[in-house]
Design a protein around this ligand. Structure first.
Ligand code: HEC
Length: 113
């Protein structure tokens, strides 16, 4: 009896899991940027910073504008990161400070949806 029921049970559980899965944030629909918040600077930041390590290493931080600025200096001077053009550098630092600042806005956005 149980053996015949099991496959059905499995399908039901699977269906349930799919239906009840928490909604994914709108900006994670196209996942090329690893689901990071879409805003000016998102692409530049994602591609530059995930060239050497997981973007998670970046996303787990919560730093002020000044500290992100210093992090970029550290990446450039100690880790051989290519130096972005000044405008792009500013855009990236602002993006990081906004979404990966001390209030970790990116995480809040991800939880809300
Ligand atoms: C050229 C390669 C390279 C690029 C590009 C790069 N990083 Fe790194 N990054 C590293 C290496 C290597 C480490 C590990 C350094 C260590 O721990 O000694 C690191 C570590 C870090 C850490 C430290 C994590 C911790 O555990 O404290 C942060 C934060 C970070 N990177 C941010 C960035 C950001 C932001 C960008 C994009 C603007 C970036 N990285 C781009 C090579 C790179």
């Amino acid at each position: 009896m149980m053996q015949r029921l099991l496959p059905h049970l499995f399908v039901l559980v699977l269906l349930g899991a799919i239906l009840l899965a928490p909604g994914r944030p709108a900006w994670a629909d196209e996942d090329e940027l690893g689901g990071i918040p879409r805003a000016p600077g998102a692409e530049e930041t994602y591609y530059l910073c995930s060239a050497c390590h997981s973007f998670r290493l970046v996303a787990q931080q919560g730093l002020s504008y000044e500290s992100w600025k210093e992090t970029l200096v550290w990446m450039i001077e100690e880790q051989d990161m290519s130096t972005p053009e000044p405008e792009e550098r500013e855009l990236i630092t602002k993006y990081l400070a906004k979404f990966y600042g001390r209030d970790r806005l990116a995480r809040k956005l991800a939880k809300q949806q």
